[in-house]
Design a protein around this ligand. Structure first.
Ligand code: FES
Length: 133
């Protein structure tokens, strides 16, 4: 929305949703789910998700996706945002067997991909030396 489209209307900012200096359940869920992004994106995601929960207290994943579709970020914590919304909504997520996700795929699991990449060990050692650990 362009700023002039909000002329004469009430605007709630990220600072305006926490009453009495206490975080909302959704903000707490963002922390618990490690759904934090940069200072611009986190605020936008929380506000979009709060608006969703205000209208739909038990949203589905596609509904959450739709709700945040206007928040354009390439940094990639979307799955954590989905988890945070589901936590705040009290939706118990089914546990995911990650091995099942790759069972029918030609892609290697992340572990085997790392184990097969000879650059990983060298890069790890270089990073440790750089940190003087
Ligand atoms: S976290 Fe803000 S641009 Fe991606």
């Amino acid at each position: 929305m362009l700023a002039h489209e909000a002329s004469g209307r009430s605007i709630t900012t990220i600072e305006g949703i926490a009453a009495g200096g206490r975080l909302t359940p959704l903000q707490e869920a963002f922390i618990e789910a490690d759904a934090l992004q940069c200072g611009f994106c986190t605020s936008g995601m929380v506000l979009s998700c709060q608006r969703l929960l205000d209208r739909n207290p038990k949203p589905s994943r596609p509904e959450i996706r739709e709700a945040i579709s206007g928040n354009l970020c390439r940094c990639g914590t979307y799955n954590h945002v989905f988890d945070a919304v589901e936590r705040a909504a009290g939706i118990t997520k089914a546990s995911v067997d990650e091995s099942a996700l790759f069972a029918h795929s030609r892609l290697p699991t992340p572990d085997s991909r790392l184990l097969d990449d000879s650059r990983v060990a060298r890069a790890t050692l270089e990073a440790l030396e750089a940190e003087e650990v």
